[in-house]
Design a protein around this ligand. Sequence first.
Ligand code: ATP
Ligand code: MG
Length: 1110
Amino acid sequence: MEVKTSLLDNMIGVGDMVLLEPLSEDSFLENLKKRFDHNEIYTYIGSVVISLNPYRSLPIYTPDKVEEYRNRNFYELSPHIYALADEAYRSLRDQDKDQCILITGESGAGKTEASKLVMSYVAAVCGKGQEVNKVKEQLLQSNPVLEAFGNAKTVRNDNSSRFGKYMDIEFDFKGDPLGGVISNYLLEKSRVVKQPRGERNFHIFYQLLSGASDDMLKKLKLERDFSKYNYLSLDSATVSGLDDAANFRTVRNAMQIVGFMEDEMQSVLELVAAVLKLGNLDFKPESRCNGMDESRVKDKNDLKEMCELLGIEQSVLERAFSYRTVEAKMEKVSTTLNVAQAYYARDALAKNLYSRLFSWLVTRINESIRAQAKTRHKVMGVLDIYGFEIFEETDNSFEQFIINYCNEKLQQIFIELTLREEQEEYVREGIEWTNIEYFNNAVICDLIENNQNGILAMLDEECLRPGTVTDETFLDKLNTICAEHQHFESRLNKNSKFLNDHSLPHNCFRIQHYAGKVLYRVEGFVDKNNDLLYRDLSQAMYKANHSLIKQLFPEGNPAKVNLKRPPTAGFQFRASVGTLMGNLQTKNPNYIRCIKPNDKKAAHIFTDSLVRHQVRYLGLMENVRVRRAGYAFRQAYEPCLERYKMLCKNTWPHWKGPARQGVEVLMTDLQVPAEEFAYGRSKIFIRNPRTLFFLEEKRKQCLEDLATLIQKIYRGWKCRSHFLLLKKSEIVVAAWYRRYAQQKKYQKIKHSTTVVQSYTRGWQARKLLRELKYQKKCEEAVTTIAAFWHGTQARRELRRLKEEARRKHAVAVIWAYWQGLKVRREYRKFFRANAGRKIYNFTIQRIMQKYFLGLKSNLPSMSPIDKSWPARPYSFLEGVHAELRRIFHLWRCKKYRSQFTEEKKAVYEEKLEASELFKDKKALYPSSVSQTFKGDYLEMVKNPKYQKLSSAVDEKILLADVVNKINRANGKSSPRLFLLTKKSVILADQKTGQVKTSLPLPDLSSVSTSTQSDGFFALKLKEGSSSAVKGDFLLSSDHLIEIVTKLHRISSLAADREKLNVDISDEFLVQFKQDKVCVKFIQGSPKNGNGVSCKRKNNRLLEVSVPTSP
Ligand SMILES: Nc1ncnc2c1ncn2[C@@H]1O[C@H](COP(=O)(O)OP(=O)(O)OP(=O)(O)O)[C@@H](O)[C@H]1O
Ligand SMILES: [Mg+2]
């Protein structure tokens, strides 16, 4: 169901000022403030939208909002600019009525933003399609282009439009946009050459310098630094929140979309650059012979660059800044320009250049966006024109005068159209017309624009008049002609009223505009109206080799010299305003009145005085009054009945008849006085807001009652539904429960049955089992008995059979014996009595033969160390077998020995002796077994080193070796040559071969060695012998076994001597000079290393540490 809403729903303050009660300026402002504080920036006065600038982005322009307001009645939703745009668009599309949207308000009030919002809304709701979208895009993108060239930062607005703009958007019969036409009004060109403090030049200059690439700047002969250009004010060159560089890219992009060619864009930028260059031109005076000063361009570099940019011959332009040619009829007079005039000419050229460029841009955009189709168009005009302007005191000049004139005209058209519309509606609805009192500002318009004695006409007259014309002469003229006018005030007026009015300076005049009094200073009026550009300059421009410049200065064409003065600015403006008004009058007007809430450009601030001032001069109170002069409120019957039908029993809840009758019944029932309302054809008209609020109040109460009723019914219904639901649920739950319980019961029974069943079955089974077991037992018993029986029978049979077999065997044996006996008895006579012995011997012989032959073929090898011997074949041969083995071994040893030479024999004898001496006594012995006793290890005979030594020894040397002699004092060892002969032991120096000691063998009493693996041996000397003086010798040798064996052998072979004793013990005494020292051998610990170490511990002990043998 569609939800019927109304502007009156959830209203903050009053959404429509017409309904304000009581109506006063204070309540008006209070209402605006209240709404503003709640972010409601839009308020209606009937169909007029008041828009307060929020100075911040509000979330009220989203696509959702567009959808919300689309195709809705104007008063259906809370006030919004979209509602107005929708209303205008729908009446254009559906009722074929051309529309115009007039946006007014002072600078910074939000006009341009409002116009863009309207355009974007229309673009969003109108048709779609490739072509249509392109048109829309072009129309929307024309805004950034015009804003860049026509907007500037002012103290009031960072993006202030410095021109008036009227745009006609053209639609086809379906409401799709076809194109548009833009008209521009009076660009504030003075800004090009001079900007008030705190303001900037037009945006494009800063955008170009900030956003252009280095390349482009180079091409345009520009530098990025703003301070290089006289025409750019520096104190506010950068504006916070305004990104000039980014905007430059946006503008270029927009130009492209609108359809500018690349070379056109370049030309435009060249012109912008030229204006900047122009500002940098300086002039100096140069005296002429006639005593007059003539101006000359000071630094020609900028001039040169500018001429290069525009393709102008430098000398031509230079001359135009020094001379001025005046043509009158057939005469041509050339006069020089002084410096001041040159500066004036420069600025005039810059202003003209820029303003003509701007007009060209508008024309060029129009070319792009012009509707192509030639069919009849529906038109929606959007007017974004500068609002009424009142500057402080005497700052109002010609521009403000023109602007305010335009606003007067707009106000007039507003009043006219509003009233006309009001009247038309009354007529349409068949309501009796009551005359409405209002202030008509036609009289002020007349004061300004009257062709005979209007201010503009007089200004023109003054400008065209020969003779000296100044601003003062113009004021004089005004003082004479307008003296009687009740809206004109001047100090020197004939009207004595203002003679003593000190707020009115002598060089000013004041006009009582509809929006308030404005004081204008006449200075500059004549000049600005003339808008003079010396012909020499326009001709110089025309000569430029630059297509765009040529187009902009057509009057410079010498072929078309026009001696007539060009129309004045005032005249042109009046004409264009006239055309605009004519245009607007043919259209259905829609008003947006923009209001600036504060001077700080800040959000949330509502300056009462400022808004009050705007409310006054925008004539908003008047607006409300005019609107309320007749009937304050009107509404079609259907929505009216829909809204209030609950107030009467007859119409509630449904009214069957026509809506008008329903409303009539309703009004009668509510006893609304007849003068308070009137029935139109389709609408009811309510005269007083009070009545409406009475209805609203009633409705509110009724709604509350209804709400209670609905609540009551709803609650009852809810409770009942809940109850029914509970009931239903209860049945369901009960059913489920019962089912569950039954299921449980059934399961229990089933379980019990199963248990009983299982018991019964168990019992039956056990019974059966018992029976079966019994049966089985019986069967087993039978089987056992049978088995026993059979067994008994079988054994009995077996016994019988065995008995039978034994008997048979006995019979056979007896039979054999009997037979044997019989045979022996029979053959005894054939055998000799010793045949048995022979057989025995023969058998033994055969066995022995076989044994020896077997032994022969299995004899082991001849090696005496081979321990193998064949196994014994018969145990009775055990003794023989062992003996044979022993004999065989002795035999093979003998065989082995018989192969020995004498030396080898001696060696073996020595080895044998060594074995007898050391085997199992000294740990060193096993390792010596495999070593041959070489004897002469030093090769005494061969080695020439020992020749001397060997010649000194006259005996045969039995052993020569290097031994270590242990120092008796400290146990350290030193090498010695050890020689053994049959008679003595000789110790000689190893290096020199010098004999150190010669011990005759008979002096040796014994040799002592340890049981361990060391090579230590002590040669003990007999006490009293000649050698014993020195004491015993403790030596060590690698060939200890051989040395000791040889020593022992020599002593044992000598018949005249007693045998040398060999003591093997780990502790023995030696005689060192006087001391008896104990030599003690100990097992060395690993820390002593692997070598044998010998240490003299004290006088009595010499310790030899021997590594543990592995
Ligand atoms: N509806 C809005 N929502 C948010 N900000 C807004 C709105 N309307 C205006 N503004 C802000 O106020 C600034 C001034 O608005 P705008 O340029 O439209 O003023 P103007 O009436 O056109 O002034 P001028 O006469 O100087 O051109 C805008 O730049 C914007 O920041
Ligand atoms: Mg603007």
